[in-house]
Ligand binder design. Sequence first.
Ligand code: PEP
Ligand code: MG
Length: 894
Amino acid sequence: MAIGKKYIYFFGSGKADGNGAMKDLLGGKGAGLAEMTNAGVPVPPGFTITTEVCNLFYDLGKRVPDGLDGEMRGYMTKVEEALGGKYTFGDVSRPLLVSVRSGSKFSMPGMMDTVLNLGLNDQTINGLIRMSGNERFAWDAYRRFIQMFGNVVMGIEKDQFEHIIHEAKKKKKVHLDLELTAEDLKVLVAKFKVKVKQIAKRDFPQDHWEQLLMARDAVFGSWNNPRAITYRKLNDIPGNLGTAVNVQSMVFGNMGETSATGVGFTRNPSTGTKEFYGEYLTNAQGEDVVAGIRTPRPIVNLEKEMPAVYKQLRETTTMLEKHYRDVQDFEFTVQEGTLFMLQTRTGKRTAHAAVKIAVDMVGEGLITKDEAVLRVEPASLDQLLHPIIDPKAKIQVIAKGLPASPGAASGKVVFTADEAVKQAKKDKVILVRPETTPDDIHGMDAAKGILTARGGMTSHAAVVARGMGKPCVAGCESIKVDLKAERFSVNGVTVKLNDWITIDGGTGRVILGKVPTVEPTVSGDFGTLMKWADEVRTLGVRANADIPRDAKMAMQFGAEGIGLCRTEHMFFAADRLPHVQQMILADTTEDREKALAKLLPMQRSDFKGLFETMGGLPVTIRLLDPPLHEFLPKREDLMVEVAVMQAKKAPKASITKKEKLLRRVEDLHELNPMLGHRGCRLGIVYPEITRMQTRAIIEAACDLAKKGKKVIPEIMVPLVGIKKELQNQKEIIKSVAEEVMKKKGVRIDYLIGTMIELPRAAVIADEIAKEAEFFSFGTNDLTQTTFGFSRDDAGKFIGYYTENNILEKDPFQTLDQEGVGQLIKMGVTKGRSTRQNLKVGICGEHGGDPASVEFCFKAGLNYVSCSPFRVPIARLAAAQAKLKEKGMGGSVSK
Ligand code: PEP
Ligand code: MG
């Protein structure tokens, strides 16, 4: 029956219904198969059921649209024809077997389900035995099929089957699956069927069509399994994309020594080096390579073993890389000497590799500089900005595995994913496993690094860790993991639960204990890519830095100024706090001024240090912002102290002093300090604070200006919501600045501006701009006050909100464009309506978040300001925003 809409796309015989651009509809895998087929790559024929059907499946209450089953039969006939009519689905003498695989728009390795060898039953098994001439292989294929189908489609725990295999091996006194004979496997099949009946309360389906339809529905159903949902959340993949289902004729890599299966990359995905990279196993099925059960051989060995196949593989994959103009991650199978390509897709890579590959490909003339800038995901640069092991450190290397994902991490050893999650709440942990599976994803997320004993560079642990940007050492065969005893041993060393180790995912080293690390730099290819990004972007990038050390780091990372210096951080230093407290405790203005006078030279030298470090670039200094009680001891602690002093009969004078402090703390106590006496409200009630800070800023600037140094201070008034608040502070600032400049006999340029961090400020931005020479959006407070979410308490429920889709993302991390963003747009437009050349920036946490940076660019901001470590991320995000505005697509792979 025809169903009108096209829900199924065929590929085979050198021609496909779809093409590589149809990832939304066919998923990455389906689109790749179509594109490869069209390009003449030897792909086993098959068909793809679209992601649209997945969404319909859920809309219809887990049912596919009517008529789809019939359509599938027609497509199966086409597959049979494409194989030259040599095999028929369900045929007893020459059965066609198929794989049924998931595949969504973005790759989600191992997160959804796959069924292989479908079509086998008690009759077709005989056909397979006859065709292959290999009884053991056929029974092995059948037992694998029942195992996978039983687990994925019928929901039977893997352990149930593993247990039967284990018992069989025990009985025969053998260790490897390979040591089981055809006869043993035949017995296993019978036992598996009994187990299926016992648990699923029905027979294992013998009808090949029933098998296919059930598998199809199970794969659609796996779109919403818990690990797929977790993976999507971690990788920002929307839940409404759906997965396609690919039904493809099986080819076998386990038909003896002339057969093989493998995976590879056209370049090294860990380092980016241009080398043919991958691994394979002879006489094996694809799952054996990725599951990490047998450690595969490097792909270069294939050249010796199967020279003709190797040559064809290199040519095909080289052609694919040129065709897609990006690194390809491919799967292949050799069936009795004939090569089949099973899959190709954009290769996931570490940030390090992404940068090198992008720069190299420009050098090779494969892509343009602009494309290179678009190839690297800004947030992933974080991986390059993390510390590496100090080369001078004395370390005890206890083992060496594969360098699966770079970076160094120290942590306490844990052996299960659940334990990792639990312990990570209080400590850094390294997850150590024999190998990881998709069920470990939550533990991998919680851990600082992952160490596995088995598995290659493309094992689950390696692929997922690279995606997460976490250090990983895989296939460290010398460590013997004893999960039960919660320890591993290697070369006479035993490492127990909670012992510290360090892993270096760049070299594969496993090191005993904690190890010192050194800071990274922006040089080499990274520096080149950042230079190209700077050539493109028009949005400025500054850093939030309070002290010269951070400012220096910001400069090294390419900051073009300081967008926020939080002066209160200077008040917390041990030598200053007593003066700050004295200032707060003062009963009179005179006493307060005395305390402030002690702080003045300290602040002046702070600012001098910052100005000098920034070498003439603008420095935005914010006046004191937090509520004063933050500088005093806690009320509860003081109450206890007073009580103890009284009980111990301490000298009266000291008790009186403590009591006075307690009274002042009680005076300052607020129920809602975030909305209390803070921001410009402090400088208004205590103008002497603003006077002291202004004096320190202008004196520092004048002193440097006298020495011929360029200084551009920008004095910023926090938490303004009323025009008169700004007027009030501006008057004070101006009068002090004039007085200082007169006294110093030098004039400097400086600006007075304000933060926009209250909705009222955004609403009356036109009025405020009459007084302000610049705006800086304080989106931390603006988010708090727009949502009415307390910055300090929102953690209690934001997680629930994002998990339950009430909010898509935490608005304190990535800007809420729909609400807070509107206020920003309004603030910019209104502000510039009364002051055309108003300089506008952002200095909330969002200034370093790529999506928020793009929004700020579109909203017309002059610059973003973020923590020093995020400066390169913001520079790249700003460049990408500009390129996207020019119409260049974001080809960054997820
Ligand atoms: C802000 O509110 O966004 C801001 C930068 O200031 P703070 O985080 O110091 O309140
Ligand atoms: Mg603020």
